[in-house]
Design a protein around this ligand. Structure first.
Ligand SMILES: Nc1ncnc2c1ncn2[C@@H]1O[C@H](COP(=O)(O)OP(=O)(O)OP(=O)(O)O)[C@@H](O)[C@H]1O
Ligand SMILES: CC(=O)N[C@H]1[C@@H]2OC[C@@H](O2)[C@@H](O)[C@@H]1O[C@H](C)C(=O)O
Length: 400
């Protein structure tokens, strides 16, 4: 047998394994690296985050990604080069983290690499008749496997699409396994560039579980902060938006897009929610001259309102949940206060209360998906239109 397969079997049969989860999200702030230790699989999954780091992207890295990020037309050469370049970059970041953590590659069983989403194209968003759901993540995993010497699983979204999904959100698979708790109706709310939540039923009934994007999280805020306050990357602690006043007319216009009324689950990205989307709404409402803090206050309210709308659409306005937040937006108190106003029936916490650092959660998620692909099995989650494909996810790249 090929020694790669022998090693794969050995990794799958170990009682415990170490998997590094890698996530580079839509905010382009950096690569999240989570070194996780697993035992078990499925509902018996036990995961401990041994180490976590966000390795920030330099301005040059951000610049190179932005040449293609969420753009319908790009240079094909640049796209091709990025695929290899990001694979190498991510491998080097892993090696750098391992050195810092004093762990050798041989002590790691697998890497689970999400890659960099550069274009997300669910059918409802591209609207092209006869064309499928599609999504594209860059950072080729053969480069990661060869450079680190570690078995690498990657490209988790393609099989979701192949099996009938939109390629996102994938959080549902990991959230269900790790965060379900009998007796507590939970929402796992991730406030990344795009916001999404997973519903976990108090009954532990897998058929009730689903996950959906809700609209922008930080992506529009970040884009306008960069534009209006050169040198800044985001609205630190929500301080700028806190000085402004929400413009209700613009907010209503921003919320008028059919995405917000579309059936759940749904997915979106900066291909739709980008500065041009906001400018068009400003033109329609005659708010082009809105002072910067008011615009940021309105965009903060917009992100919160998207979450509120999706929760009400799913459950009405009365049902109390414990909301466990994660993602960079949870560090924005203005956004969190707006969310609490949107969901007054809910109690707010973070995934830290569940043993997973909120900034690490998405990277851990991909490690969980890899663990399932190595040792778990496909299982049905959700029902009817909310069912997610019953598949295990990710492609396998061997180091040799
Ligand atoms: N102290 C803070 N105050 C306000 N916002 C913050 C703070 N810290 C982080 N953020 C926000 O969080 C963002 C990064 O979030 P995160 O890393 O969860 O995004 P991501 O993983 O790229 O997104 P996605 O989940 O959509 O892929 C920053 O760009 C910023 O908008
Ligand atoms: C296509 C893509 O990369 N989508 C991301 C993005 O970031 C948040 C939201 O949009 C979510 O749908 C998804 O990531 C998480 C990890 C998910 O799939 O659950």
């Amino acid at each position: 047998m090929n020694t790669n397969l022998t090693q794969l079997l050995a990794a799958a049969q170990k009682p415990e394994r170490r998997i590094i989860g890698l996530m580079s999200g839509t905010s382009l702030d950096g690569l999240d690296v989570a070194l996780c230790r697993f035992s078990g699989h499925g509902a018996a999954t036990q995961v401990t985050v041994e180490q976590f780091a966000t390795v920030p992207y330099s301005e040059q890295i951000r610049h190179e990604i932005r040449q293609v990020f969420a753009r319908p037309q790009v240079g094909l050469q640049h796209l091709t080069l990025l695929h290899a370049w990001l694979g190498t970059l991510h491998a080097d970041i892993v090696l750098q983290c391992l050195t810092q953590w004093q762990i050798t590659p041989a002590e790691v069983d697998a890497i689970a690499s999400h890659g960099q989403t550069v274009f997300h194209a669910p059918q409802h968003q591209h609207g092209l008749a006869g064309w499928p759901n599609a999504t594209l993540q860059l950072g080729d995993a053969d480069h990661i496997a060869v450079r680190t010497g570690i078995l690498t699983l990657s490209d988790f979204r393609q099989k979701h699409v192949a099996a009938g999904g939109q390629g996102a959100p994938l959080a549902v698979y990991g959230d269900y396994l790790v965060f379900s708790q009998s007796g507590e109706d939970r929402l796992l709310l991730n406030l990344g560039g795009i916001a999404n939540f997973t519903y976990l039923a108090a009954s532990l009934d897998a058929t009730e579980v689903f996950s959906t994007d809700t609209g922008p999280g930080n992506t529009l805020l970040d884009a306008f902060v960069r534009e209006l306050y050169p040198g800044r990357q985001y609205d630190e602690n929500g301080a700028l938006a806190a000085q402004g006043t929400v413009h209700s007319g613009l907010l209503a216009e921003l919320l008028a897009h059919p995405f917000f009324a579309a059936a759940i689950p749904k997915t979106t990205g900066p291909e739709l929610f980008n500065p041009a989307y906001v400018r068009a709404a400003q033109q329609r409402t005659g708010t082009e001259q809105l002072p910067a803090p008011d615009l940021l206050a309105t965009l903060t309210a917009f992100s919160a309102a998207g979450v509120g709308q999706a929760v009400r659409q799913s459950f009405g306005s009365q049902r109390p949940f414990v909301v466990y937040a994660s993602g960079g937006g949870m560090h924005n108190p203005t956004l969190m206060a707006a969310l609490e106003r949107e969901l007054p029936q809910c109690q707010f916490s973070t995934t830290a209360a569940l043993g997973i650092a909120p900034d690490a959660k998405e990277a851990v998620l991909f490690a969980i998906l890899a663990n399932e692909t190595l040792v778990g099995e496909a299982r049905p989650i959700g029902h009817g239109a909310q069912a997610v494909p019953a598949v295990t996810l990710g492609k396998i790249s061997f180091p040799g």
